[in-house]
Design a protein. Structure first.
Ligand SMILES: Cc1ncc(C[n+]2csc(CCOP(=O)(O)OP(=O)(O)O)c2C)c(N)n1
Ligand SMILES: [Mg+2]
Lengths: 172, 577
């Protein structure tokens, strides 16, 4: 199962190393990581997407992460109301006959073309990972030269209307 | 106003070098002994150590230093302190760090590092110590700014000794030891990401009290968490109050008196039949400070299949990690036990259960066939137990002799037992005894080691001689890597691949070369004689016991089997002897 885990960490040397090392040590599979500053100086925020076998392992991950001294807070937000976004850059092979077609095709995705050359163009798209997958699939027949994806970054929505299935990862 | 004054005082504080800060911090922490080994990167530290008045033990290998620090920590309850130089000095402590991490032993370890401006350039004796040790330390630091050093040391001691204890490493670039800064050690530790839960949740405690009152076959499995929390008295009070039998893990031994009628022995691969069957049959399992290691549980599929599991642990990540847990209690063992005693719940009616346990105890005790013509290793341990009235501090190495010691030395008191459990580190026993003796100068310390493991750290005999530590080194000499040999005999068709060592050195002469008295014994009679002699001497003695070489450790849960599938439970089971 896919879990989205967010955490805040002290922005100290080696902190990313500690966390990815922990994933390696415990045999957890990371699908993506994003890291960036938060509104508070010295504190960074990370979003992990991991693939785990079951709930028990998901719980282990949050607990093990929590044991890290530089980790301030861990949340498994998978079952909450969240905003999850990813950005992708997709370089598509084009010629003059299909160029316009691609512009039309990406429009419903609110994607934009950010670079154009004689035989390719670069599409930028943001959204939920599923949306990005869908766009990549649509562009595939034209010939995709390169894809760069940031991985998911996420947090919980301001109002948790259907937070019923939310489980605290901690046992008190 | 007052605030300004403090500020001013702070400003007036004399500046000092990083090396001196380290010394001052160790003094402030009331460190009694440092185990270490000098080298280029730590020369400024050793220079300040020279006339500091601090007691430093120069081991003969950094691995010896860190195991000695572990032995010291285990017996004193205080953190062990280690200094090693950069590069090879630091990599030599990797095994000890892992050992301390696995067995939750509080250590503060200082490693030298090349100067900040050459870090990353593959400089002479540079090693990425932080990178290497990240997964084997509770936490680690590299000093980047001299002003951080006092805070870092203070945090390191705090982290190592609180919550679930463990090793903390501080990597100090050489320039940080010479550059000057203000030494402020009065500051409070502020670690928002580290707030161990010490007190139990009331609701969960109530659940446990309720479960106990309903139980027909309850049992307590107590691990080293009880010892770390100093909770032996509370464990005993609680077990007696509720009339619940107690089982120990290897590392927990001594937490509950071995001669207590409610004690069922050690659990696991070489545990007692009664303890393992009790774990298999129980309907309520109360784990206190043990981590359900696979050597304890055997095949998880058959582990406590009918039990409601309650687990008291200071480390929430241990709860539910290996065994599904109905009643999780994150707490210090002492605090939880105090609360449980206070609740004074309804005692369960377990007459039938106690009768069953008594029957197993009578029918399947630990046993072996004696043979006075040789030294039977089990007999040897029993003799040591009797000679020391069960009061000795006992350290072991890893292998058969370790299991025999765990089985036949009856620990009635806490903090007398020092062994490498989680990592199973050969070479641990001898240096650990040095630390143990320094932690308790009046204790009789016996280091029971194998002929193979002894040779992994035997150079520390030098330290024993130099400090005249009256340690009794007992070599259980079976001319083999006994535990490996046993597995090859049982599981690999007696194909003894690289486990027989018939050409072991003359250990008596070897000890004498280190100016340590030594005796050898090949029969029970001789064994009795040399033991008596050794324990009457208040100086170090090494004893080389040529034991029956093909003896195996039984009973045993074979790998992959459940605890109820023990073999070798009867001494008359000829096929196993
Ligand atoms: C450093 C290390 N290497 C290898 C092992 C694997 N091992 C476990 S027990 C053992 C044999 C130990 O032999 P000895 O010290 O003579 O003790 P005995 O089992 O004979 O009592 C070995 C090789 C280990 N535990 N530690
Ligand atoms: Mg041996």
């Amino acid at each position: 199962m896919r879990r989205i885990i967010t955490m805040t960490v002290n922005n100290r040397p080696g902190v990313l190393n500690r966390i990815t090392g922990l994933f390696t040590k415990r045999h957890y599979n990371i699908e993506s990581i994003t890291v960036g500053h938060t509104e508070i100086e010295g504190i960074s925020r990370m979003t992990f997407v991991v693939n785990v076998e079951d709930e028990r392992i998901a719980e282990q991950i949050t607990k093990q992460l929590n044991k890290q001294i530089d980790v301030l807070k861990v949340n498994d937000i998978t079952d909450q109301a969240i905003v999850a976004r990813e950005l992708a850059l997709i370089k598509v092979a084009v010629n003059s006959t299909v160029r316009q077609e691609i512009y039309t095709l990406i429009e419903p995705f609110r994607a934009s073309v950010v670079d154009v050359s004689r035989d390719s163009l670069v599409v930028q798209v943001t959204g939920e990972p599923e949306k990005i997958e869908a766009l990549i699939d649509l562009l595939k027949p034209y010939g995709i030269k390169e894809v760069a994806r940031t991985g998911t970054t996420a947090f919980t929505r301001g109002a948790q209307k259907n937070a019923v299935s939310y489980k605290t990862p901690f046992i008190i | 106003m007052a605030k300004m004054k403090v500020e001013e005082q702070r400003k007036q504080r004399t500046k000092m070098s990083g090396a001196l800060m380290l010394i001052e911090a160790l003094k402030a922490e009331k460190v009694e002994v440092i185990f270490g080994y000098p080298g280029g990167a730590v020369l400024p530290i050793y220079d300040k150590l020279y006339d500091s008045g601090l007691f430093h033990v120069l081991t003969r290998h950094e691995q010896g230093a860190i195991h000695a620090a572990e032995g010291y920590a285990r017996i004193s309850g205080k953190p062990g302190v280690v200094i090693a130089t950069s590069g090879p000095g630091a990599t030599n402590i990797v095994t000890g760090l892992t050992d301390a991490m696995m067995d939750s032993i509080p250590l503060v370890v200082f490693t030298g590092q090349v100067a900040s401006n050459v870090i990353g350039s593959d400089a002479f004796q540079e090693a990425d110590v932080l990178g290497i040790t990240m997964p084997i330390t509770k936490h680690s630091y590299q000093v980047r700014d001299i002003q951080e050093l006092p805070r870092i040391i203070k945090e390191a001691f705090h982290i190592a000794t609180t919550g679930r204890p463990g090793p903390v490493l501080i990597d100090i670039p050489k320039d940080m030891t010479t550059v000057e800064g203000e030494f402020d050690y009065e500051q409070d530790v502020h670690l928002p990401g580290y707030q161990p839960t010490v007190h139990p949740n009331h609701l969960q405690i109530r659940k446990l009290v309720e479960a106990v009152s309903q139980a027909k076959k309850p049992v307590i499995l107590a691990g080293a968490g009880v010892l770390h929390a100093n909770a032996s008295n509370e464990l005993r009070q609680y077990a007696e109050q509720q009339n619940i039998p107690v089982i120990h893990t290897l590392l927990g031994l001594g937490g509950f008196p071995a001669n207590h009628p409610l004690f069922l022995g050690m659990a696991g691969m070489h545990g007692t039949y009664t303890a393992n069957m009790a774990l298999y049959e129980c309907d309520l399992l109360i784990n206190i400070g043990a981590r359900f290691d696979d050597r304890v549980t055997g095949n998880l599929k058959y582990f406590a299949p009918n039990a409601t599991v309650a687990h008291i642990d200071i480390d929430p990540a241990e709860i539910g990690k290996n065994v599904p847990t109905k009643i999780p209690i994150v707490s210090d063992a002492k605090e939880a036990l105090k609360e449980l005693i206070h609740q004074d719940g309804k005692r369960p009616d377990i007459t039938e259960w106690l009768a069953q346990l008594a029957e197993w105890k009578t029918n399947y005790p630990l046993a072996y066939k004696n043979d006075a013509q040789t030294v039977k290793p089990q007999k040897l341990i029993e003799m040591i137990y009797e000679l020391t009235n069960g009061d000795a501090v006992v350290t072991t190495d890893v292998g058969q002799h370790q299991m025999w010691t765990a089985q036949y030395y009856k620990f009635n008191q806490p903090n007398r037992w020092v062994t490498s459990g989680g990592l199973g580190t050969m070479g641990f026993g001898l240096p650990a005894a040095i630390g143990a003796q320094l932690a308790d100068k009046h204790a009789t310390v016996v280091s029971i080691v194998g002929d193979a493991g002894f040779q992994m750290t035997l150079q520390e005999l030098s330290v024993i001689q130099e400090l005249n530590l009256p340690i009794k080194v007992v070599i259980v000499n079976n001319q083999s890597l006994g535990m490996v040999r046993q597995w090859q005999e049982i599981f690999y068709d007696k194909r003894y691949s690289h486990s027989l060592v018939p050409n072991q050195p003359d250990f008596v002469k070897l000890a004498e070369a280190y100016r340590i008295k030594a005796f050898r014994a090949k029969t029970e009679e001789e064994a009795k004689e040399v033991l008596k002699q050794a324990f009457s001497l208040s100086e170090p003695v090494l004893l080389d016991f040529h034991v029956k070489a093909d003896e195996n450790v039984y009973p045993m849960v074979a790998p992959g089997k459940g605890l109820h599938e023990m073999v070798g439970v009867k001494p008359c089971d000829e096929s196993l002897q």
